[in-house]
Write a protein that binds this ligand. Structure first.
Ligand SMILES: Cc1cc2nc3c(=O)[nH]c(=O)nc-3n(C[C@H](O)[C@H](O)[C@H](O)COP(=O)(O)OP(=O)(O)OC[C@H]3O[C@@H](n4cnc5c(N)ncnc54)[C@H](O)[C@@H]3O)c2cc1C
Length: 427
């Protein structure tokens, strides 16, 4: 079958690999000059099935109010006349109940754990190099309150059978010896030994090479402008350089997915949640992190990537702007300098921003639409890389007419879009 994948981030490229390996004729259309140049470029580097959880959680509305007035807050909302943002926020807040959190978390864990297993199979198959480490992740608490609150997370981890270690300060220092140089008050930490780390961009690039070796046609520097067809099927994707024809189309445009779909009555509730990262060269090995340390106070992840340190975090609702304000950089630096002082050259670190394609319930949207040959693989939010291999396998199975290895019935757009809307468009 001829399949066109629209978008060449980690999701589109991983999907291309699995489909091309299964013998399909795959074309990827991407507006940038290469794969993984937008949100997949410099993320925090965690493959963390253990932390797969929606941001919409009980207690978040109250915390969010507090953060609005705090310096170096993990959440920033730029008030603006953006109806999409307000609607998205309202839907996100509606997901902050105990029962919705449990449902959403269950879906995310199911997909993330499946994805982790697929990633390790893929590594064995392709022999990928991406500054990868399997040394777990450590969530670090600077106050007794944070430490005590870990009990809630532990309940969830136990429920889902995720391995964990609750550590006192001394055990944190032996897991991450660089913390011995920290000037911060460290009370303890929650370690997830099954988590992995690595460079998402290097991973995407390696998978791109592997997909190419199976004949995938990558068309870089082409912007997808619209879809051609009607409710009976899509015939082509009109791009800045012509029309790409295929038997099936997969939309993997991250935060930009909704724009292409609205003429077809498909409205995925995806909104860009802006994040930032800093990447610094290591100047003192002994002081650097071994794996990922998540600073619970700033909600910032500090990850070792080869001879570099990546510091990533912050959730900002400000539309599609990709500006780089100095105060966001200072939040990231503040966290890194206090936990790993003089470990890296933070002053000349490269500063980056990316738009997380977030759904209100935190789960991506994967699967068929009411248009027979149009599929979605998008909305991966905070954990797109963690879920990339699993999502790609699910959609590949569905296109092949096979049941996916995991239950995927609640991953599709139908959980957001009523059957009545779809039926109306099918008429
Ligand atoms: C600060 C930060 C930290 C993060 N940390 C982690 C982490 O530790 N672990 C984790 O698992 N996830 C993390 N994430 C989330 C993860 O990076 C994303 O979920 C993931 O990159 C989304 O991948 P994607 O392929 O859907 O989107 P993208 O990478 O944005 O890919 C979409 C592609 O579509 C292309 N495109 C868009 N419109 C068009 C068009 N009209 N025509 C052609 N091409 C188009 C874009 O150029 C882009 O390349 C983080 C994100 C941020 C911002």
């Amino acid at each position: 079958m001829k399949i066109a994948i629209l978008g060449g981030g980690v999701i589109g490229v991983t999907t291309a690999y699995y489909l091309a390996r299964s013998g399909h004729e795959v074309t990827v259309v991407e507006r940038r000059e290469g794969p993984g140049r937008e949100t997949s470029f410099a993320n925090a580097g965690q493959v963390s099935a253990g932390y797969a959880a929606p941001w919409a959680a009980p207690g978040v509305p109250l915390k969010a109010l507090k953060w609005l007035f705090q310096e170096h807050a993990p959440l920033v909302v730029r008030p603006q006349a953006d109806l999409r943002m307000l609607v998205w926020l309202a839907r996100m807040l509606a997901n902050c109940t105990n029962s919705k959190y449990a449902t959403n978390k269950a879906r995310m864990v199911r997909l993330a754990e499946y994805s982790r297993d697929q990633l390790s199979a893929l590594r064995a198959e392709v022999g990928l190099e991406y500054d990868q480490r399997t040394a777990g992740t450590l969530q670090l608490f600077r106050s007794q309150k944070q430490y005590d609150e870990a009990a809630k997370d532990i309940e969830v981890l136990q429920k889902w059978g995720v391995r964990y270690e609750l550590l006192e300060k001394r055990a944190c220092l032996s897991a991450e010896p660089g913390l011995a140089y920290s000037c911060a008050d460290i009370v303890g930490g929650l370690r997830l030994p099954g988590d992995e780390t690595g460079d998402c961009f290097k991973f995407t690039d390696a998978i791109y090479q592997a997909a190419k070796s199976f004949g995938t046609d990558f068309r870089f520097g082409q912007t997808v402008c619209s879809l051609e067809g009607d409710r009976h099927g899509i015939t082509g994707a009109r791009t800045s350089l012509g029309v790409v024809n295929a038997d099936a189309f997969i939309v993997a445009l991250g935060s930009f997915s909704p724009f292409l779909l609205r003429n077809f009555g498909i409205r995925p509730p995806i909104y860009p949640v802006k994040g930032y990262s800093l990447t610094a060269d290591i100047v003192d090995e002994d002081r650097a992190p071994v794996s990922t340390v998540m600073d619970e106070t700033y909600k910032v992840a500090i990850t070792r990537l080869g001879n570099r340190i990546r510091i990533g975090g912050i959730a900002e609702l400000s539309g599609f702007k990709t500006s780089l304000p100095a105060d966001r950089r200072s939040t990231l630096e503040q966290s890194a300098r206090s936990l790993f002082p003089e470990a890296g050259d933070f002053t000349s670190a490269s500063f980056w921003t990316g738009l997380r394609p977030m759904t209100p319930d935190g789960t991506p949207i994967i699967g068929a639409t009411h248009i027979p040959n149009l599929y979605l693989n998008t909305g991966h939010g905070t954990l797109g890389w963690t879920m990339a291999c699993g999502s790609a396998q699910v959609i590949s199975s569905q296109i092949a007419g096979r049941n996916p290895d995991i239950d995927a019935s609640d991953l599709s757009i139908t959980r957001y879009q009523s059957c009545a809307v779809s039926a109306w468009y099918r008429r």
